[in-house]
Design a protein around this ligand. Sequence first.
Ligand code: HEC
Length: 288
Amino acid sequence: MRDHTIPGVALAILAMIVLAALLPEPRRSAPAALVAPGQDRIEAELERYRSMMAGGDPFSNPGYLNVDRGEQLWSTPAGQKNADLSICDLGKGAGVVVGAFAALPRYFADAGRVLDLEGRLLWCMVHIQGRSAVELIKLRFSNPDHTSDLEDLSAFVASKSNGMKLAPPLGHAREKAALAAGEALFFRRQGPFDMSCASCHGVSGRRIRLQPLPAFSEVKEARAVMSSWPAYRVSQNALRTMEHRLYDCFWQMRLPKADYASDGVIALTSYLAHKGAGAVIQVPSIKR
Ligand code: HEC
């Protein structure tokens, strides 16, 4: 007898793919007919940056402005305690930035949590500088009206791992737990569209409109992603970090807003970082 469940499953998958193709990008509500020229413009911009960089000038990447701002912020006193970040321990000892990003996320005993880069910077800004987490999180993503210290500091610290291999540690039980939770979250279908991360990033070759979707099951693709965040995003005229990328994908899944540096986002980042382990970090990159 024929198995009548297969067409049902196939239909469901087809419906999901069609639905995925119809999902608008965050904050872009232009009707479909207007999207293509926008895409062309962004592609043309990307090409312009790529050729400038190929011309041997990596500093033509506007993301280096964020790196510079971040470097200044690192050593500028701020907050109620009027302290700079020179005693912030990113996992390699107080004040050590070189190589720190390549070994994140990791467990921090003082915080009692596994933290990603952004989460650790936030922790240091709150605990060392006496700044308000609420205020910092309000400005977590830059826009044309304000810069983001979290983005700039992330760009600076991450760039200090350039040329190094991503190797998040897995010695602590909490690191193992974060990895396991991240894997579970990655495959968990949820939200009004009943989607998981794997719905879009589970197999090679999927795309939404023009964008190929990286598959984290493929080491090569996972490494290409994990070697290249933070990134200067041409479509947003802004430097973005992994926290923002995942925030965007939560939005695409129509999930409740992802809380910044929450255990869930950090668990997902841990999973992605382990999938992409061995990637040679080169940031900030330029992305669409
Ligand atoms: C509806 C489809 C969809 C779902 C579901 C989805 N994403 Fe994405 N994801 C995208 C799109 C679209 C992009 C951007 C691709 C581009 O612009 O090149 C993207 C990009 C990314 C990137 C950056 C890729 C790169 O090339 O640098 C990461 C990391 C990522 N997603 C992780 C996740 C995680 C983790 C989840 C689950 C919480 C998730 N995504 C769920 C569609 C999705």
